[in-house]
Structure formats: structure tokens, C-alpha cells
Design a protein around this ligand. Structure first.
Ligand SMILES: Cc1cc2nc3c(=O)[nH]c(=O)nc-3n(C[C@H](O)[C@H](O)[C@H](O)COP(=O)(O)OP(=O)(O)OC[C@H]3O[C@@H](n4cnc5c(N)ncnc54)[C@H](O)[C@@H]3O)c2cc1C
Length: 519
């Protein structure tokens, strides 16, 4: 097998014949003697002429390219159950892995199925009404359903990302996600995929229960068998030898439950700041060096700067995307970004956030392990208290950095709207001071980024969980609580769709490797 790189202008889709020609050259055989050729990676190169660079694998006659084979889902009707709390990427991929392992997933989800959830998402955008059980974070598919669906991760160490990507393709994602360097799905396609995953789980004997908010977890034992009783807000009780807890970073009640029982939690750093929204045309001009043409993908960016010992970085950049209200409760303003598969809105947005570590906010130390959680909430509340609604306090970018009030705001994609505000005062000073330094530095990396045509809005605060549920790295369960498996972003072991899915797979495999009677 030979692996080689080849580049074509961005608008040119390479033909089979062209790939075979190139493969023949790489293998040292005539094109007719090339048995198989396969693109394994595609990345955009805008440094000079705008090209797609392809990594290609090929074999000559007599050989075969290795094929990735997804493990099969088993019929698990009648098999021992594993309760999965939360149907986000961690919960869904844990449940799919349980099917492969021959265990029966019983998924409990506080929110609604994806169709009913859409009504609540619309209410947040149009009527500024947050349903605390069904919103951009809670409901079928979790926080990943109405998102950009970016599928990049740096956490390849955690597992085989192919298991995630191949399943997404099997449930309807474009095949290009298997090769794109920066794959994304888009929020127009995600609901269908999420629903397909549910149907697969149910068709193989698993269960899904919506509107089931887990409020208590009780270990049970009859001397031989250990397990868990899971109590829901509506009174339903479920029992299983094992529970996977994949409740996401906004399920603060689960952290409180752990604290009330004296179960182990630890503080963890996270990042907080603003969403910056630029005209996409400006980002295209900068990133494509004025060579952007219709048909090219909306340009992305990733920026990072160290300022006084803390990282300031772009987070969850959404090219051709929109801003959305991702609060989970009344009285808080939280922003995030999403896009559809075409990424064709006139805006580019990204969180520009500053990392905050335990010990950075001494005023909140009295809250112990919840210091950063309370700090996060205080900032979200300060934004709401200023606007009195889901409208986001906002300023033009340069004015923000110069602590100058803005004269009028540019249009924004954020449907609840932006309200002119001294955002520089509403943010905690150490965060604001680092952001202003970083924004100026970003302009040296992307000339034209630092402009008053861009809007900054508060606040981007749910970058990851500021609390971690302790788990044993060997057993993957909570020390002293066999059979209870914290999982995904909420447990503090992932950040993003793919890493959460990978963690779900890892945890499900660990849970399934334990005989049910051992708990
Ligand atoms: C608008 C938006 C856009 C995003 N865009 C991207 C992106 O493009 N790429 C990317 O990688 N990441 C993105 N993210 C982040 C990504 O969605 C999360 O990192 C990921 O969903 C975390 O997965 P998870 O399964 O650990 O948790 P979640 O997805 O948060 O899922 C947790 C689930 O648990 C349920 N739950 C919570 N508490 C309970 C309870 N007590 N009982 C029962 N159920 C409960 C919730 O309703 C939810 O469905 C985005 C997030 C948002 C909000």
C-alpha cells in the first residue's frame, strides 16, 4: 500500500482516472494495474493558490486496502440493562456501544424528543422563553443536536474516532466527514441523525424514555447482587446493575446531588468570554487573501494567545453560522453558535474565551468545589440583569477593547437581539483585560479582524464543565461506587461532540466488561 498527497484547485473534483494516474506513479505501475485507490483525507490550503490537498491510499493488483468494519449491533432484548442518563453524544454513543457489547441500554432523557424539542428552541429564539427541561442544551441529542456539528477533536488518544464517524455516516451524515480535515454536519442534518440513532437502539431491544429527569441515584444490594436505583422527577424508578451518567455540562442538579451525598467532585478549569460576530465576507477576504469565490466553503479561523499566564482562544467557531440562546434557565444569558450544513449565513461567529482556573476567583472560594460554577453563573446573571431579557449585552469590537460606548450596533444573527451595553464593565476585569489584549494580537494574525464592523456579545460561558465527577481511570466508575460511570462533558472528561462520543464508547465498553452481578 502506498500513501501519497496530491493537490487540485478547490473547484476541481478529482476524477477516478486522475487518481489512478497519480496512484500508478506512486506505486510505479501503469494505471490499469492499480487495484484500489481511496481518498483518506482532504484539507483546504489557502496559503497560495486555493487548493484542496488530498491524502490518497492505493494498492496495485494482488493487494487490498484495509477496510474499517464497524462492530455489529446485537439484538439485546432480554439482555441485562445498563441505564444511560442523558441522550447527548456521550449517552447516544455509549448506548450504541452497549448494543455492540450485547447489553440493553435504557436511555433516560430529561428533555423531549427532537421534534417536540424544536418548539422549545423556537420559543427561546422568538419569544425569549427558556424551558428548563427542553432547550439548546437539554433534549434528544443533547447540546450537539442544534449545533454546528463540527466534528474535530484533539483527543484521538481516547479511542478510535472512526467508530464515531462511520456510525454518523450510517445514520445519514455525508461521507465527506470521513475524510475532511475539519468535518461538520450542520444543524439541518443533525436531528435526523439523532432520531436514526434512537430508532436503531429501540429496534435492537433498547429503550428510550423522554421527559424523565433523574433526581436521585441510590446504590442497592441484596448481598450478592449490586446495582442502582434511578429515581425520576415524575416518580418513575428504574433499576439496573450499572448506570452511565452522561448529563452534560449544564446539569447542575446532578453536581448538587453528588455534593449532597458526599460523593467525590473536584473543581476544574473552564473558559469564559464573549461571542465575536464578524461579517463572513470579511473573514473570507482575510483567510482567502481576497481570492474567495462563490462555491468555496465559508472560511474558518482558530486563534490563540497567551495573556498573563492564561490562554485566550477562539472556541467553537461557526463559519456562515448564527448565534443562539443556549441558557438552560430563566434569568441567565448564555450564547453559543450553530450553522446549517451549507454554512451560508452572512455571519461568522466564535467564542473568544479566557481560561479560568480553580483559585482564579478568590471572591467565590467560599463555594468550595462549586466556586467556578457560581462564578460562571454570576456572569451569566449579570448579563441578564443588564438586559432584563435574553437580549445579549453587546458592543462593537474596537469600542469594547477601548472601553468606549458604541454608537449603534451592526446587525446580528442573534434572534433575541443585542442591546448596546458597557460589556467591558459587565465582564469580570481579569477576563476583560485579557480579552482586550488578545483581540489586538489577533489582528496581527488576521489583518482586519480587529474592527468595529464586528460585534462582541456576552456571554460565552458554557465552554466546558467547571466541575469534574471523580472516576477511577481503570474501572471508569466513581471510586467507592461500583457500577456508577460518569461520562462525557458533564463529568469533565470531554469537550465537544466527538470527544464526548468517544468517552461514551470508552465508558460503555468498561461497563459492559463487568459481569452484571458485580455491579
Ligand atoms: C449551540 C451549541 C453548538 C455547539 N456546537 C458544537 C460543535 O459544532 N462541535 C462540537 O464538537 N461541539 C459543539 N457544542 C458542544 C457539544 O454539543 C457538547 O460538547 C456535547 O454535546 C457534549 O456531549 P454530552 O453527551 O457529554 O452532553 P450533552 O450533549 O450536554 O447531553 C447531556 C444530555 O443529558 C440530559 N440530561 C441532563 N441532566 C439530566 C437528568 N438529570 N436526567 C436525565 N437527563 C439529563 C440533557 O437533557 C442532555 O440531553 C455545541 C454546543 C451548543 C450548545
Amino acid at each position: 500500500m502506498k500513501e501519497f498527497d496530491i493537490a487540485f484547485p478547490i473547484q476541481h473534483v478529482p476524477t477516478e482516472a486522475e487518481l489512478r494516474q497519480a496512484a500508478g506513479r506512486a506505486l510505479g505501475v501503469r494505471p490499469e494495474r492499480v487495484a484500489e485507490v481511496r481518498i483518506v483525507r482532504r484539507s483546504l490550503d489557502a496559503r497560495g493558490e486555493i487548493l484542496y490537498r488530498y491524502r490518497v491510499q492505493a494498492v496495485a493488483q494482488g493487494e487490498q486496502l484495509e477496510k474499517y468494519q464497524l462492530p455489529a449491533y446485537k439484538d439485546v432484548s432480554g439482555a441485562d440493562p445498563v441505564i444511560v442518563v442523558g441522550s447527548g453524544p456521550a449517552g447516544m454513543f455509549a448506548a450504541l456501544r452497549l448494543l455492540m457489547e450485547g447489553r440493553r441500554p435504557v436511555v433516560l432523557e430529561r428533555g423531549k424528543d427532537v421534534h417536540r424539542r424544536k418548539t422549545d428552541i423556537a420559543a427561546a429564539n422568538q419569544q425569549q422563553r427558556i424551558n428548563p427541561e427542553s432547550n439548546y442544551c437539554f433534549g434528544e441529542g443533547g447540546a450537539g443536536t442544534f449545533s454546528d456539528g463540527k466534528l474535530y477533536t484533539r483527543s484521538t488518544k481516547r479511542g478510535d474516532i472512526r467508530e464515531v464517524l462511520h456510525q454518523l455516516v450510517a445514520f445519514g451524515a455525508k461521507e465527506s466527514i470521513l475524510v475532511d480535515a475539519h468535518p461538520h454536519i450542520g444543524s439541518d442534518a443533525l436531528p435526523r441523525i439523532v432520531e436514526g440513532i434512537r430508532h436503531c437502539i429501540e429496534n435492537h431491544g433498547g429503550e428510550y424514555h423522554f421527559d424523565e429527569k433523574v433526581v436521585d441515584l441510590q446504590p442497592v444490594s441484596d448481598g450478592h447482587q449490586h446495582g442502582w436505583k434511578v429515581l425520576c422527577a415524575g416518580g418513575a424508578v428504574y433499576e439496573a446493575p450499572q448506570v452511565i451518567l452522561a448529563t452534560g455540562h449544564s446539569s447542575h442538579d446532578i453536581y448538587r446531588l453528588f455534593a449532597s451525598k458526599g460523593w467525590p467532585l473536584e473543581a476544574k478549569g473552564f473558559a469564559l468570554g464573549v461571542r465575536a460576530e464578524h461579517p463572513q465576507s470579511l473573514i473570507n477576504r482575510i483567510q482567502y487573501h481576497s481570492k474567495f469565490q462563490p462555491g468555496m466553503p465559508a472560511a474558518e479561523y482558530a486563534l490563540v494567545e497567551q495573556v498573563e499566564g492564561r490562554g485566550v482562544f477562539s472556541f467553537c467557531m461557526c463559519p456562515g453560522g448564527i448565534l443562539v440562546p443556549s441558557a438552560t434557565d430563566a434569568g441567565e444569558v448564555v450564547l453559543n453558535g450553530m450553522s446549517n450544513s451549507m454554512r451560508n449565513s452572512p455571519w461568522a461567529n466564535a467564542g473568544i474565551v479566557c481560561s479560568v482556573e480553580p483559585g482564579d476567583v478568590p471572591d467565590f472560594d467560599r463555594y468550595g468545589v462549586f466556586a467556578l460554577l457560581e462564578f460562571q453563573h454570576a456572569v451569566e446573571r449579570a448579563m441578564f440583569d443588564f438586559s432584563g431579557s435574553l437580549q445579549a449585552p453587546a458592543q462593537r469590537l474596537v469600542d469594547f477593547c477601548r472601553k468606549k460606548d458604541s454608537q449603534g450596533l451592526p446587525r446580528t444573527s442573534y434572534q433575541p437581539g443585542a442591546v448596546n451595553a458597557p460589556l467591558y464593565e459587565l465582564l469580570p476585569p481579569p477576563v476583560f483585560e485579557r480579552l482586550r489584549v488578545a483581540f489586538a494580537a489577533f489582528d496581527r494574525k488576521m489583518k482586519g479582524y480587529y474592527t468595529n464592523d464586528a460585534l462582541v456579545l456576552g456571554t460565552e460561558s458554557r465552554t466546558s464543565s467547571p466541575v469534574r465527577i471523580v472516576r477511577d481511570p481503570e474501572t471508569m466508575s466513581v471510586p467507592g461506587l461500583p457500577g456508577l460511570y460518569p461520562c462525557g462533558e458533564g463529568a469533565g472528561y470531554a469537550g465537544g461532540i466527538v470527544s464526548s462520543a468517544l468517552d461514551g464508547i470508552l465508558v460503555a465498553a468498561a461497563a459492559a466488561s463487568v459481569a452484571p452481578t458485580q455491579g
